[in-house]
Design a protein around this ligand. Structure first.
Ligand SMILES: CC(C)(COP(=O)(O)OP(=O)(O)OC[C@H]1O[C@@H](n2cnc3c(N)ncnc32)[C@H](O)[C@@H]1OP(=O)(O)O)[C@@H](O)C(=O)NCCC(=O)NCCS
Length: 309
């Protein structure tokens, strides 16, 4: 068995890897488009192949923003149906690639709502979960995916909140730091467990700056008296407009300000002609999930994220 990253000459065989389980995967259209625009790269696609038969027996595909210095997420894990020990083979493939990357990027898999009631989805997640665990990835997080589509109501600007653009990143660093206190968001809590609050806030600002959304869209929210309520950071990824980030400082929570902040983001995107705005939140971030539902966002899928731990 040979484990290696791929080259252009492997393309036909890569396109022949087909998954018919109910999980997201790098289907041929996605593979071709993403290889073309740089979200996928051959040195970030790994295969296990049977050298005698010239056959791909397993394939793992990592994703990143075009131009990113390292792979950011595992997008697809495939093992040929003829392989008896698919868990073992997938685990070995992942381990070899992680060694080459010097990192184990999170696995993001998109599933239908209620996937736990579908035995095929449970099985598809099950063997992948086992393979990832053997490669050192055991931490799981489930996020709800929401979307708003054009034609749904767009809220009027509120009287009780003043939104201001702020070109100084340092002011945003401070606001990100303040809204992170007492957050229910897993990623932020985990980061705060291993770094200083200010460093975590700087990472957030840098991360949103890297996204394709425009920095000039970012807003700070104040009361008419000038007290900070929180921040609204509309953004975009390669698929189009996203909510980005919203947060309310702890002393202003519980007054429904989240509806005003999310409304600002939806309104901005709608005014720019967005047809669809996408957002994710952890299943455990109940105030955020409720806010999406109140704002006319629809929960259309689940994102399961498996990380090293
Ligand atoms: C999520 C968030 C924006 C909600 O803001 P909000 O304006 O307080 O929301 P609501 O007023 O609708 O709050 C609804 C209820 O949840 C409670 N609540 C809100 N945030 C809470 C938190 N972080 N922890 C515990 N309870 C919280 C409120 O006190 C309120 O309780 P009540 O109904 O008993 O009065 C806010 O918690 C926050 O900024 N969190 C950190 C950043 C974050 O998670 N952003 C979303 C990332 S996807």
């Amino acid at each position: 068995m040979l484990f290696r990253s791929t080259v252009e000459a492997d393309l036909d065989r890569l396109l022949g890897c087909v998954i018919d389980e109910p999980v997201s995967w790098s289907h041929p259209d996605r593979l071709l488009t993403f290889l073309e625009d740089g979200q996928y790269r051959h040195d970030r696609i790994w295969i296990a192949e049977d050298e005698d038969e010239d056959k791909i027996l397993a394939r793992a595909v990592w994703w990143a923003f075009p131009g990113a210095a390292k792979p950011l997420a595992l997008d697809c894990l495939y093992v040929h149906p003829s392989v008896e020990d698919r868990v073992g083979l997938a685990a070995e493939l992942l381990t070899r690639a992680h060694e080459a990357f010097g990192d184990a990027p999170d696995y993001h898999v998109f599933l239908r709502n209620g996937w736990r009631d579908d035995p095929r989805a449970v099985a598809a997640v099950g063997w992948r979960r086992e393979a990832l665990a053997r490669a050192g990835m055991r931490q799981e997080l489930e996020r709800l995916r929401y979307d708003w589509t054009a034609g749904s109501p767009v809220p009027e600007p509120p009287d009780r909140v003043v939104f201001r653009a702020e070109p100084d990143d340092e002011v945003f660093v401070d606001a990100f730091r303040r809204v992170a206190v007492g957050t229910l968001d897993h990623h932020t809590r985990e980061a705060l467990g291993r770094m200083e609050a200010e460093a975590q806030a700087r990472d957030d600002v840098a991360g949103y700056r890297e996204m394709p959304g425009d920095r000039s869209w970012w807003r700070l929210a104040y009361t008419p008296g000038g007290e900070l309520i929180g921040l609204a950071v509309p953004s975009a990824n390669n698929g189009g407009p996203v909510v980005g980030y919203v947060g309310v400082v702890p002393e202003q929570r519980g007054h429904g300000y989240i509806d005003d902040l999310l409304g600002e983001i939806t309104r901005q995107h709608a005014e720019r002609g967005a047809q669809r705005v996408v957002a994710d939140t952890d299943t455990t971030n109940v105030p955020m999930a409720r806010a999406f539902e109140r704002a006319g966002y629809r929960n259309f899928a689940v994102r399961l994220v498996v990380s090293k731990a």
